[in-house]
Design a protein around this ligand. Sequence first.
Ligand SMILES: C[S@@+](CC[C@H](N)C(=O)[O-])C[C@H]1O[C@@H](n2cnc3c(N)ncnc32)[C@H](O)[C@@H]1O
Length: 233
Amino acid sequence: MNILNDKRLLLCAQLVKGKKAADIGTDHGYLPAFLVSEGICESAVAADINELPLESAKKTVTSLGLSDKISLVLSDGLKNVDLSGVTDIIIAGMGGELIARIIDDCKALKGGGYHLILQPMTRPSELREYLYSNGFEVREERCTHEGRFDYSVMSVYYIGGKPEYENDSRYKIFGRIDLADKSGRAYAEDRLKKLTAAANGMLMGSGSREQGEELMKTARELADLLKQRGGKK
Ligand SMILES: C[S@@+](CC[C@H](N)C(=O)[O-])C[C@H]1O[C@@H](n2cnc3c(N)ncnc32)[C@H](O)[C@@H]1O
């Protein structure tokens, strides 16, 4: 049964490594239902802060006969989620700053041992900054395109120190995407377009001129990188 025809969520599913996933902010519950019904995971947790989405997840789970394998939890982030046996934690479809807050609120994540799959809808740079400064390594980042939007999905591990890459504009704006990959390039071009628009907005008076010039300089450097390097991370 095709319960997941959303390329963004499919990409999240492809990155799952272990046998029990927790989907935080599950909404309709399609992702955990897909993971279990496809045999990718043996069991899953579907968590949401709001009752209505959790009701909708319950409908998905019961209609597919997966109630004994997927537990439904009303929870702000990971606060009420029992992490025993959980291998992968997916937080998708939320703003980057909210994802960072959810991670920060869960001290257990800083003990390591969990694979985080993160898909910010907005402010990915803030999330990347948070991860870099708090001992999390973005090991891989993959992209996809759906409708008018380009998305990146991060595969993240807690390493308790500084990752080997720099916290520079390449990382903050483009992330760890592979610029040689077609969807990675499309994502980078989209990010560059937004950065240039923000810089122009500031230069035309909606913010500090100095900041606008700084942003434009970064945008030019990244545009050069895209032109020259097509590939290397
Ligand atoms: C836009 S939907 C994303 C659904 C799904 N994860 C996806 O990517 O398609 C965001 C969901 O996150 C839930 N949510 C928002 N803040 C949350 C929080 N702090 N903890 C858990 N769930 C949250 C909302 O209730 C909503 O169902």
